[in-house]
Design a protein around this ligand. Structure first.
Ligand code: AMP
Ligand code: MN
Ligand code: MN
Length: 332
């Protein structure tokens, strides 16, 4: 009993959840939406809530806005994520793990059309774009908030839902080692394990399932590592040419940036992903000191203190100069 109280969110979040559940009860055409370049927290939270709403009242749809990385194909309910016609009637849109509407890609149009938008997220840079904003930056993953939300709905957390929530929380905390991990994280995950999920299989799927293509890309891009400020800043790049050479996809860069941050001298790790000739996706990670969400915010991106991203519409070498200048300024 005491544990349950400790896990719970604060009062105002609880009230917002009740209001959001009222909207779910009231409306018929309800959509959930993933974000562009979806990660484990996004896919896991979305599927968990989709399955819970399915049990609660049925009829939920999940809009696909981008390709789902192979890492998450094992998740129960993954086939629920589909393409939908914008001309279908839409009453309520629920967004998970997105700090702003642009992160929803084509989901932004669905949001514009919806009568109401519920925004559930944990990014410090969230701009409160919803009619109801359940934003909790102290939560390690959106999956933690969704856990509370499903509890509030009084829907039983079954193995499928628990598997999705475990994936969400494990991936966003780097298997419970990042600084966003709290005692609440562990209390929630303990509850998920109680349900009897197959943690061994989930973890093999998530972390011990790397393809040879991804491995070769990993080795090649590590060779591109450049360091600055006596090794405090590390930059690596993945180009379209490299992807072609190994028959890999951009999602195969997963894990690269954490590896760079893992170098002893590194405080800020930077990964530059060449999406197109004039479009580079920048990922930043920091270890202890620098707030990288502030850096990415300057380029209309966002994220968290220790993990953030943005897109810069320049060629790769120009992007590198721009972002490096900003990173180095933060060390002064
Ligand atoms: P990434 O480097 O893409 O793994 O992203 C790190 C964190 O920053 C994640 O929590 C993302 O949701 C967030 N993020 C990445 N890119 C953006 C962006 N363009 N706008 C807002 N948040 C972002
Ligand atoms: Mn995400
Ligand atoms: Mn997240």
């Amino acid at each position: 009993m005491r544990i349950k109280e400790e896990i719970g969110m604060n009062n105002s979040t609880g009230i917002l959840m009740v209001e959001a559940i009222e909207l779910i009860k009231r409306y018929d055409n309800i959509y959930l939406v993933s974000h562009v370049q979806p990660d484990g927290d996004n896919i896991g939270s979305t599927l968990a809530l989709a399955k819970a709403i399915e049990k609660f009242k049925g009829g939920i749809k999940v809009i696909k806005v981008d390709d789902i990385p192979s890492d998450y194909q094992f998740l129960p309910g993954i086939d629920m994520i589909k393409n939908y016609d914008i001309n279908e009637p839409i009453d309520l849109l629920i967004s998970l793990d997105s700090s702003d509407l642009n992160r929803l890609g084509l989901g932004k149009e669905f949001a514009r059309k919806a009568k109401r938008v519920i925004n559930i997220d944990h990014h410090i840079t969230n701009d409160n774009f919803g009619d109801i904003n359940i934003v909790s930056p102290s939560s390690a993953a959106t999956g933690e908030i969704v856990y509370e939300f499903i509890k509030k709905m009084a829907v039983d957390i079954d193995k499928d839902i628990a598997t999705c929530l475990y994936t969400a929380i494990s991936t966003d905390t780097g298997s419970f080692i990042y600084s966003n991990t709290t005692y609440k994280t562990h209390l929630i995950v303990a509850e998920l394990l109680k349900v009897g999920i197959d943690v061994e299989t989930i973890n093999i799927n998530l972390y011990q399932n790397r393809s040879m293509a991804r491995t070769k890309l990993f080795i090649d891009s590590m060779n591109s590592l450049e360091t600055y400020l006596e090794g405090k800043v590390g930059v690596i790049a993945v180009t379209q040419e490299m992807l072609k050479a190994y028959d890999a996809k951009m999602e195969d860069t997963e894990g690269l940036i954490s590896f760079v941050r893992g170098i002893d001298s590194i405080e800020v790790a930077c990964l530059l992903k060449e999406i197109d000739k004039n479009e580079v996706k920048v990922s930043l990670r920091s270890k202890k000191r620098i707030d990288v969400s502030r850096i990415c915010n300057k380029f209309n991106g966002g994220g968290h203190i220790r993990a953030a991203g943005c897109t810069i519409n320049e060629r790769l070498p120009v992007t590198k100069d721009i972002i490096l200048e900003e990173i180095l300024m933060n060390f002064r």
